[in-house]
Ligand binder design. Structure first.
Ligand code: DX5
Ligand code: ZN
Length: 220
């Protein structure tokens, strides 16, 4: 049985005092910190690069879960590994030579993941399952925090569960990203999610620490 983990998205944090939010999340007992890297090409938004990741690494005591929403991710994986990524996830849609980039990340002994946009079926992963530690299912179109959860994600998670079972790959962690809140986290968990990314669903609530405690109870 895989451990269920909460990975708050720092996209909804206060970047003028990021350390305060990180400490608050760590005290609340979250397992990972999710960092959304956007390039203004693959997604219509620009966020942070390796420089910011390494600044976060200096103050964080829990692992960094870095989600690259950038074109040509293979050109940047070394920079993010050097910056301190513990999990590094690239998008299936950005990588013509996906296997090569995954191998490159894997050779650094960190956890390697692939993310799928809402329109990309889980079946495309079948032949790279042996190379993966994590699969990140986007439950919104990547680019912005605060969007609504796409309901078909639940179907997709069920298909993924079957794919992993049929290929003896149930050790791979399944992460879901976008629109996860107190109201839907239990359903997402029951559909097979192991790592829950939540930005606004945690950090934009009145008492983020209480929200985290409630989420932890709901995912058991
Ligand atoms: C979207 C990002 C998400 C986002 C989640 O492109 O990958 O991580 O920040 O934010 P919420 O939880 O607010 O949907
Ligand atoms: Zn993300």
């Amino acid at each position: 049985m895989k451990k269920k983990k909460i990975s708050p998205s720092l996209l909804s944090a206060n970047f003028s005092n990021i350390e305060k939010d990180i400490k608050m999340l760590e005290v609340a007992g979250v397992h990972l910190l999710h960092i959304d890297v956007m390039d203004g090409h693959f997604v219509p938004n620009i966020t942070m690069g390796p420089f910011i990741v390494s600044a976060i690494k200096k103050v964080a005591t829990i692992p960094l879960d870095v989600h690259l929403m950038i074109e040509n991710p293979g050109d940047y994986t070394d920079a993010f590994i050097d910056a301190g990524a513990d999990y590094l996830t690239i998008h299936y849609e950005t990588s013509r030579h996906l296997h090569r980039v995954l191998q490159k990340i894997k050779s650094s002994k960190i956890k390697v993941g692939v993310s799928l946009n809402p329109h990309t079926p889980v079946s495309v992963l079948e032949d790279i399952l042996p190379d993966l530690d994590l699969i990140l299912i986007m439950s919104v179109n990547p680019g912005f925090g605060g969007q609504s959860f796409i309901p078909n994600t639940i179907n997709k998670l069920k298909k993924l569960k079957k794919l992993l079972k049929d290929n003896n790959a149930e050790h791979i962690e399944v992460e879901v990203d976008g629109g996860i809140k107190l109201e839907n986290i239990k359903t997402v968990s029951e559909a097979g999610c192991d790592i829950f990314v939540s930005g606004s669903g945690i950090l934009k609530t009145k008492k983020p620490q209480d929200t985290i405690q409630k989420m932890m109870k709901l995912i058991g």
